[in-house]
Design a binder for this molecule. Structure first.
Ligand code: PLP
Ligand code: ZN
Length: 392
């Protein structure tokens, strides 16, 4: 365990609370060269040798340890052999809990522990929940026009919610400056602590396939924090001589907001900001992703790809996950399946490939996205037997 940070691009080292290299790229934590998973530890703490903090107990024990499900009924649709990593099983319904558990553990070690985040979605819920459980003050910065439904889900954990009147895109940097002055540990999308926690999704996937490795891991990408974590997991295991083979890292965006996929298609070395359109995948609509260039590098370094899919493809994939796998995933998460189908059609994935789709979040927070035409027949109680038999 070490508290040294490093730039993946220039190899320059730093110390917390630094978040970015002088070159502008985000930093991540160094690890030692030894690693022995602890099979008795709860959730992601199995990988504590590769984490920058100690297990704080409490709700942090509920982060990680999500199921990996073989979903063979999706194989034909996807064009490869599909496994789903179901991150919706977390207390707040998304993989964000992994980064939060590590971030809150780090904040607890400080003199005036308080945490904060810039989010109006899953990250806000996650940070608010874990702060509540750890008895930490929590500041959540949301845009002025946040939908009331989402505000209510965040507010139930009783954080200090502030609606920000101004350019929400500037808050990423502004909040870090405010955090340095006020002692609040801001856990933004790609903060090194979050990425350390979020790499455990891929550490778990790779450990489930040992002594082999999956051919590819497919996940939605927005800020690039989770995608960077996937790459970091691969690099950490390689550094410890514990990587049997390198899976292709494939990232998926919504076509309405796809700056990373655009850079991949164009063969660019860096991601440029885009003007976002409307998409049903609102959790992955970051037009200026802070770890976009790092995610792009991850896809290239692993022989993977970055693709984008339309709202129609996402809607169709979401329905397939429910009907053919019994999984209710968030709209943004269904991009994994839509993306795999694209990648198989493009020849990046082969029919025999073992592919892990990361279902990043639960769909149970979005009832409106579920089957909109649900209109079952009404049958008189007296006709029940005939009605059931007629449907089998
Ligand atoms: C945050 C989030 C993502 C995107 O993760 P990044 O680290 O921002 O790229 C994808 N899916 C869901 C459900 C999310 O909440
Ligand atoms: Zn650098």
């Amino acid at each position: 365990m070490t508290a040294r940070l490093r730039c993946y691009r220039c190899n320059e080292t730093y110390h917390p609370p630094e978040q970015r290299c002088v070159c502008g790229e985000p930093l991540w934590f160094d690890v030692g060269d030894g690693f022995a998973p602890d099979p008795d530890a709860p959730g992601l703490w199995r990988f504590r040798d590769l984490l920058p903090v100690d297990d704080p107990g409490g709700l942090a024990h509920a982060a990680g340890g999500t199921p990996l499900v073989r979903t063979s009924r999706l194989d034909d649709y996807a064009g490869c052999r599909v496994h789903v990593k179901d991150e919706g099983e977390h207390p707040t319904g998304s993989f964000k809990d992994r980064g939060t558990a590590v971030g809150v553990a780090a904040a607890l070690d400080r003199d005036r522990p308080a945490v904060g985040t810039v989010s109006h979605g899953n990250m806000a819920m996650s940070v608010a929940a874990y702060a509540a459980a750890a008895d930490l003050d929590c500041v959540v910065l949301v845009p002025a026009d946040i939908p009331p439904e989402r505000l209510r889900i965040i507010a139930q954990y009783d954080p200090h919610v502030l609606r920000i009147d101004g350019d929400y895109g500037r808050l990423y940097d502004e909040s870090l400056a405010v955090g340095a002055e006020t002692g609040v540990t801001f856990l933004n999308s790609d903060s090194p602590l979050r990425v350390a926690g979020q790499k455990t999704t891929t550490l778990e996937v790779l450990s489930a396939f040992r002594p082999e490795a999956p051919d590819a891991i497919v996940m939605p990408v927005s800020s690039g924090g989770h995608a960077s974590g996937a790459w970091k997991a691969i690099r950490d295991l390689a550094a410890c001589d514990a990587l049997p083979a390198t899976p292709k890292l494939c990232f998926v965006q919504s076509a309405a907001c796809d700056p990373i996929a655009a850079a991949f298609r164009a063969g660019d070395d860096a991601v440029s900001p885009t003007t976002p359109g409307d998409t049903i995948a609102y959790s992955i609509a970051n037009p200026d992703p802070p770890s976009g260039t790092r995610a792009l590098a991850a896809a290239r370094a692993t022989d993977g790809a970055v693709v984008s899919v339309t709202d129609d493809e996402i809607r169709d994939a979401r329905a397939r996950l429910a009907r053919d796998a019994g999984l209710c995933v968030e709209t943004a998460s269904a991009t994994s399946l839509a993306g795999a189908r694209r990648l198989a059609a493009d020849g990046v994935l082969a029919p025999d490939d073992r592919v892990v789709l990361v279902a990043t979040g639960s769909g149970f927070k979005e009832a409106s996205a579920a089957a909109s035409d649900a209109d079952p027949p009404t049958v008189p109680l007296a006709d029940l037997q005939g009605a059931v038999a007629g449907r089998l």
